[in-house]
Design a protein around this ligand. Sequence first.
Ligand code: PRP
Ligand code: URA
Length: 212
Amino acid sequence: MATYNNLTIVSHPLVQHKLSILRKSSTPTRDFKSLVDEIGTLMAYEALKDLPLTDVEIQTPLEPCMAKKLVGKKMVLVPILRAGLGMVDGISRLVPSARVGHIGLFRDHDTLKPVDYYFKVPADQADRRFVILDPMLATGGSMSYAVEKLKASGAVDVRAICLVAAPEGVETMLSDHPDVPVFTAALDRQLNDKGYILPGLGDAGDRIFGTS
Ligand code: PRP
Ligand code: URA
């Protein structure tokens, strides 16, 4: 399998087990939604493992001691609508102070290019750490565009979490935004002629929201 220096594949057994259930066409919407949420939590554990800490003195019931506390930029989760919404709660549970921005994009079925319909993120972008969420990185057009919008608004610290990536999407991100680390649960084989990931899991938005 090709390796990319912008990509981390989260190989934790719990992630891999849950991803297999997610992929199955027989997995119903209710389970699909909760698995995206759970895998989101597990992915965040890995994707945020470089967060800086500082030493602080605290008081336990027995004595004072030195302990660790997160410092640095405030976090903003940025789901790409719609499917990215499915990952927000699972990650917010780990970082309840994180704010949430939204980027509305859908892929034009013919051109596979992202169509932009919404953008709202907290101000003071340069002082924040942005985490883009989208289960699928296919051609990479949507994620690359989302990063472009964030950077244009002043963001300098951006990373992305997806669940299934195609080599084409990882290469797009590497060429357009080599400074943006991408975390995925799987790097799949290829895209089909309609831009769907193979073997993939189908249309993530439709499976999360029960549309088709
Ligand atoms: C899906 C997915 C990504 C995008 C990936 O969204 O959630 O945003 O496609 O494809 P790309 O890497 O080729 O850009 P979709 O356009 O289906 O919108 P939806 O989430 O609203 O269903
Ligand atoms: N978007 C999806 O939801 N699934 C794919 O396989 C590709 C793009």
